[in-house]
Design a protein around this ligand. Structure first.
Ligand code: AMP
Length: 335
């Protein structure tokens, strides 16, 4: 194992690692849980994604904020290797979202969505970003996601995130049309059923794959994720010892870990499976504090410690007695 592999002493600097482009929201979130409420903390899909992915790879952000976006949040985002050239500041207020969690910290209600400067957002990909090999289209209007791809020159990997909001009404056809242009879809299990109209999960996965993406990752919240890779299924367990405080941004942090690991270690052999475990490990860290800002303090070593736990949770060695000494065959029709 080289020093630069997961579990071999941390990731080191990101120089020379292929960059990742993310297009998504940069927000000020207000979150209420039974334990605590916070107001106007750093949030948004692009913030969670880039703070996690930048542990492993250089990240380029395309998004918009208002004139009220706090300098402290900008400083947090520009730490590590996050390039904010594509984060524009427009006249007006920053996008704000507020939500409230049930006592189980799984169920959630959106209380308010104030689009503000996000309402007229038209992503413009800076010239210097256009040949970025890995692209994460975070959950925004599918027509805007398509306009991002129109501006890119042949990326190697395109991952798409989306949500129920775009699956009904006018945007549904835009979203379905986009599937043919992406390599992978990250989607919640309820939303996969809604998008496909299929009640069985494997039929929903097949429905999505029939429209283009070879990889479909079904997120199941605190139950982990089920991934259909090119020619195999893979189960991503949830990290079982997470001290959950605020689950906001779990999906975007998961994506940040997956693409960060793919950029850093590639996808050959078990690379993609390892990347999914890194994603789950990173998401379990991100939900242990409110807002995205604490991720800036996250140690890559802690992510890799958890990734190793996830690996062990599903490992069965060749030498296990159950494999070596097979139980005797049951005879049928005998005395
Ligand atoms: P998640 O918990 O993975 O669903 O991500 C929650 C994050 O998405 C929060 O930080 C919000 O600021 C952001 N968000 C919520 N609604 C939207 C929306 N309609 N468009 C873009 N970002 C959103």
């Amino acid at each position: 194992m080289s020093q630069d592999e997961p579990g071999a002493g941390g990731p080191g600097p990101t120089d020379g690692v292929p960059p990742i482009l993310v297009v998504g929201s940069v927000a000020l979130d207000s979150v209420a849980t039974p334990e605590r409420r916070v107001r106007d903390v750093l949030g948004g899909s692009a913030s969670y994604f880039s703070l996690v992915a930048s542990l492993l790879a250089p990240v380029r952000v395309v998004g918009v904020v208002g004139e009220d976006f706090p300098e402290s949040c900008r400083r947090t985002l520009s730490r590590r290797s996050i390039d904010l050239t594509g984060l524009v500041t427009e006249e007006g207020k920053t996008f704000r979202w507020s939500g409230e969690y049930d006592p189980d910290l799984v169920g959630r209600r959106t209380l308010r969505t104030e689009l503000n400067v996000f309402e007229s957002f038209q992503p413009k990909i800076p010239q210097s970003y256009r040949s970025t090999p890995l692209v994460f289209l975070a959950n925004i209007d599918p027509d805007l996601q398509a306009s991002v791809l129109d501006q890119m020159s042949d990326p190697q990997w395109v991952f798409l995130d989306t949500m129920d909001f775009w699956m009904e009404g006018a945007k549904r056809q835009s979203l379905i049309g986009l599937l043919d242009r992406v390599d992978a879809v990250l989607i919640d299990h309820v939303e996969a059923r809604l998008l496909s109209g299929q009640s069985h999960l494997q039929d929903a996965v097949q429905w999505i794959r029939d429209r283009g993406p070879k990889i479909v990752v079904i997120k199941r919240g605190d139950c982990g994720a089920l991934a259909r890779l090119e020619d195999e299924w893979f189960w991503v367990p949830p990290y079982p010892e997470s001290a959950v405080q605020d689950p906001t941004g779990a999906g975007d942090s998961f994506a940040g870990g997956v693409l960060g690991a793919m950029a850093r270690w590639g996808t050959s052999g078990s690379g993609l499976r390892r990347a999914l475990l890194v994603g789950a490990a990173a998401a379990s860290c991100a939900i242990e504090a409110f807002g995205a800002e604490p991720i800036a303090e996250l140690s890559p070593d802690e992510v890799f410690r958890r990734e190793a736990v996830l690996r062990r949770m599903t490992e069965v060695s060749e030498g296990d007695p159950a494999t070596v000494a097979r139980p005797p065959a049951v005879r049928s029709g005998g005395a």
